[in-house]
Design a protein around this ligand. Structure first.
Ligand SMILES: C[S@@+](CC[C@H](N)C(=O)[O-])C[C@H]1O[C@@H](n2cnc3c(N)ncnc32)[C@H](O)[C@@H]1O
Length: 315
């Protein structure tokens, strides 16, 4: 049996071109063109290891199958991240998001096909793996929701605000008997979700529907409901949550998240803390089972707000 030295056990995981070629293309493109994020993938590889790399490779290789497509996605990610950083700097000074309604965000972002397909959706997709608080939220989703669905023998789920489709894709890949339905107001999000699920070979178990879930809450009753980073995009999150609660079957469970203290072009409602979101969930009739909060980075000084991801398993 080969012996393992202490050095083997403490050497951080590193990307290897033969095993993770798409991720190495991504790292090359980041280093060549986007110095602010030159080592972000290497840092995440060292932090999260082989499981992170295998899953990220699968998604990137399916959606962006050539080095040119990877470089274009990376360019979109860089624009998405730079926009976030600019708006976050203004938020740190002003203490609030720039005033905007959901309708204004929808026309500026969700119905702007070029922006969605080139920047927002590739940027958001890569951020789910490249931003540590986003990936820790994925890990929480796996342990607190997907594993519970598996043990309960779940047969279907609903996702509201599919965006990239990453969370729906994870459920379909991890639970091979499950079927899903996804809703989004943006034709680009619907297309991106469908493209991803087809490329991953799970699209035949999914129906993606264009729908404004505020004006027209989804049905039929969902036993397992997923809603990731939608609340902060709405004018009245509580009214939306009441609509979601009403779509849940008796005994159903939901995984609901929000971005806190995180300025972005389509962030309308400012949540400052985990308890702000929890208060809205409770007001809408949900009961907390478990929750998670992760920070994007350490604050640069006392009182400087830091973007957080907050996720809740509720019934
Ligand atoms: C930050 S993204 C969600 C992230 C996504 N869950 C993911 O994992 O990639 C926000 C999404 O919510 C959608 N959205 C915003 N308002 C909506 C509404 N009223 N009805 C349906 N979808 C909405 C947007 O089009 C966008 O795709």
């Amino acid at each position: 049996m080969p012996s393992t030295t202490l050095a083997d056990r403490t050497t951080p995981f590193r990307l290897d071109r033969d095993v993770h070629p798409a991720l190495v293309s991504m790292t090359d493109a980041l280093r060549a063109n986007h110095r602010f994020a030159a080592d972000i993938a290497d840092r995440c590889a060292a932090l999260f290891g082989a499981r992170w790399a295998d899953e990220f490779e699968l998604v990137v290789a399916a959606l962006f199958p050539t080095p040119e497509a990877v470089a274009a996605a990376v360019k979109g990610y860089a624009a998405f991240a730079m926009q976030s950083m600019r708006l976050q700097a203004a938020f740190e000074v002003e203490g609030r998001y720039r005033p905007k309604t959901h309708g204004e965000a929808a026309s500026e972002v969700y119905f702007n096909e070029q922006h969605m397909m080139r920047e927002y959706l590739p940027g958001l997709l890569l951020s789910h793996f490249l931003w540590p608080h986003h990936y820790r939220q994925v890990q929480f989703f796996d342990s607190a929701f997907v594993d519970v669905m598996r043990m309960a023998g779940a047969s279907s789920f609903v996702e509201v605000g599919t965006g990239t489709g990453l969370y729906s894709g994870m459920l379909l890949r991890r639970l091979p008997a499950v079927r899903g339905t996804g809703f989004d107001i943006s034709p680009s999000s619907i297309r991106f979700t469908q493209d991803q699920l087809e490329a991953l070979g799970v699209g035949h178990r999914y129906e993606a529907q264009l729908r404004d879930v505020v004006a027209d809450p989804p049905g039929p009753l969902a036993e397992w409901l997923v809603c990731v980073e939608v609340l902060e995009h709405l004018d009245d999150p509580v009214a939306f949550l009441r609509g979601l609660r009403a779509t849940m079957a008796p005994g159903g469970r939901a995984f609901i998240t929000a971005a806190l203290n995180a300025a972005h072009a389509d962030h309308v409602h400012l949540y400052r803390s985990h308890d702000d979101v929890l208060a809205h969930l409770v007001e809408a009739g949900f009961t907390l089972e478990q929750s998670f909060v992760g920070a994007a980075y350490r604050p640069s000084g006392p009182g400087v707000p830091v973007p957080l991801a907050a996720a809740f398993v509720v019934h």
